[in-house]
Write a protein that binds this ligand. Structure first.
Ligand code: HEC
Length: 89
């Protein structure tokens, strides 16, 4: 039971490397990169982890990011699940 639960948590929680980075590369990195917004460079795990609450707010609660485009339901769920799961690398 506990093993099954642990297994499902481990397999269902998205990771930065496999899920968030490719998504942010596609939807955010034209602005959120080392040249344009260095402290908000989403190609670096450390920055995304540090700003995860703000990212949650702007993409899920307010919805004004990504600027100039939108996220679909599945992409929003991915961000939500990742942050709720502890934002693993
Ligand atoms: C077209 C350019 C552009 C794109 C694309 C974009 N952003 Fe932004 N973003 C900005 C700019 C400029 C700021 C700084 C000004 C502001 O806070 O509104 C910003 C600020 C933010 C902040 C606030 C950071 C803080 O200071 O707390 C978050 C969070 C954020 N963006 C997340 C995202 C995410 C996640 C994506 C992709 C899903 C994204 N943005 C896509 C331009 C962009």
């Amino acid at each position: 039971m506990i093993t099954a639960l642990l297994f499902s948590v481990l397999t269902l929680t998205p990771t930065y490397t496999n899920d968030i980075k490719p998504l942010f590369q596609k939807k955010c990195a034209q602005c959120h990169n080392a040249q344009v917004l260095p402290h908000l460079d989403w190609t670096k795990y450390e920055n995304v982890f540090k700003y995860r609450e703000s990212i949650y707010k702007r993409t899920i609660v307010i919805g004004d990011m990504p600027m100039g485009s939108t996220l679909n339901k599945a992409e929003k769920k991915l961000i939500k699940d990742w942050i709720r799961g502890g934002a693993p690398k």
